[in-house]
Design a binder for this molecule. Structure first.
Ligand SMILES: Nc1ncnc2c1ncn2[C@@H]1O[C@H](COP(=O)(O)OP(=O)(O)O)[C@@H](O)[C@H]1O
Ligand SMILES: [Mg+2]
Length: 320
């Protein structure tokens, strides 16, 4: 768990970037920090791994004040992915990905096994890619390696600062879906910064909306869409998204069969096909289950999870 306690940041030139921010970030979720450019997202994120130091206040990671921890040791336990991933061009993919395990003194076998496992998880065949150099890979592939590198040392926390912003829309979409799937598998705490509301709604368990160095609202995607706390949040989410959600919400879950997954993702709740989309999303938000088994009378229609429903909601045009 990460806790910010009365954090303020004033840069040397007098810029007041964070103003008395107190915040607890839940563990084992994807938490998205969103807000306009310059509102302090990156500064807040970098305080978690001590790349920035608060002017006042303290950040705690698992109950320990980060100011009391050795920064190098701290960073070995926190993965970090940024927009331009900064792989070392003269090192192979395998060397790049093995940096943290090496620093941690892992054996060659353990490192190699871990890297190969992660490569499969991000959809890159180890044999094909590990011997290559970064410039032989596309932007999307390099960003995937960035994710592998960040996860290699098995950190509990992963910080991602606009990691997919520089990618084309298709790679970006793929990586969003993969990040969500990956997190469901590995259960890390992922703190993800973006300025893109579609991205936030797609991947977040919890969204933190910031404006000018302060937090405006914290909630699940559904809570933000349904109860934006003020005009700023409402405008930031976009009136048209809010309206779209409301009209889609009246529709039954069976209309989204198009998006159903074939595979069971346990544990599942059995629901009737007449369940409203809105209720389906809420049901998954409340419980421990991350999947619905949709049935009509006794016939099994398929399995669906929350990210699929949210995607369906956002891509309404494609399903009608
Ligand atoms: N090292 C710095 N020195 C002075 N001002 C800075 C520094 N880093 C960031 N800022 C300022 O702090 C504000 C927030 O920056 P940042 O956290 O990068 O915002 P965001 O990531 O939300 O775009 C901006 O006004 C930026 O210019
Ligand atoms: Mg930033």
């Amino acid at each position: 768990m990460i806790r910010f306690d009365k954090i303020s940041k004033v840069f040397n030139d007098g810029t007041e970037t964070l103003k008395d921010v107190s915040l607890t970030i839940p563990a084992e979720q994807i938490i998205v920090i969103i807000g306009p450019s310059g509102c302090g997202k990156t500064t807040l994120l970098k305080m978690i791994n001590r790349l920035e130091i608060p002017t006042s206040g303290e950040v705690y990671v698992d109950g320990k004040a980060v100011s009391s921890l050795n920064p190098v040791e701290l960073r070995k336990t926190i993965g970090y992915v940024i927009q331009r991933i900064g792989l070392f061009p003269h090192m192979t993919i395998e060397k790049n990905a093995s940096l943290v395990p090496k620093l941690k003194g892992w054996s060659k076998e353990k490192t190699s096994e871990r890297i190969r496992e992660l490569m499969w998880m991000v959809g890159l065949e180890p044999k094909q890619f590990l011997g290559k150099y970064p410039l032989e890979l596309s932007g999307g592939q390099q960003q995937r390696i960035g994710v592998v590198r960040a996860l290699a040392g098995n950190p509990n926390i992963v910080l991602m600062d606009e990691p997919f912003s520089a990618l084309d829309p298709i790679s970006r979409e793929q990586l969003q879906v993969e990040t969500k799937k990956l997190q469901e598998k590995i259960k890390k705490t992922i703190v993800f910064v973006t300025h893109d509301m579609d991205e936030a709604l797609k991947i977040a368990d919890t969204i933190i909306v910031m404006k000018s160095g302060r937090i405006e609202q914290i909630g699940t995607p559904t809570e933000l869409i349904e109860n934006p706390i003020n005009d700023f949040v409402k405008n930031f989410i976009g009136i048209e998204r809010i309206n779209r959600k409301r009209s889609v919400g009246k529709r039954e879950i069976q209309e989204f069969i198009y998006f159903f997954e074939q595979e069971k993702q346990s544990p599942c709740i059995e629901v009737d096909a007449s369940l409203l989309l809105e209720e389906a999303i809420a049901l998954l938000e409340e419980g421990r289950e991350n999947c619905l088994l949709v049935k009509k009378t006794n016939e099994k229609l398929g399995y669906v999870n929350q990210s699929v429903l949210l995607r369906a909601m956002l891509e309404k045009e494609e399903v009608v």
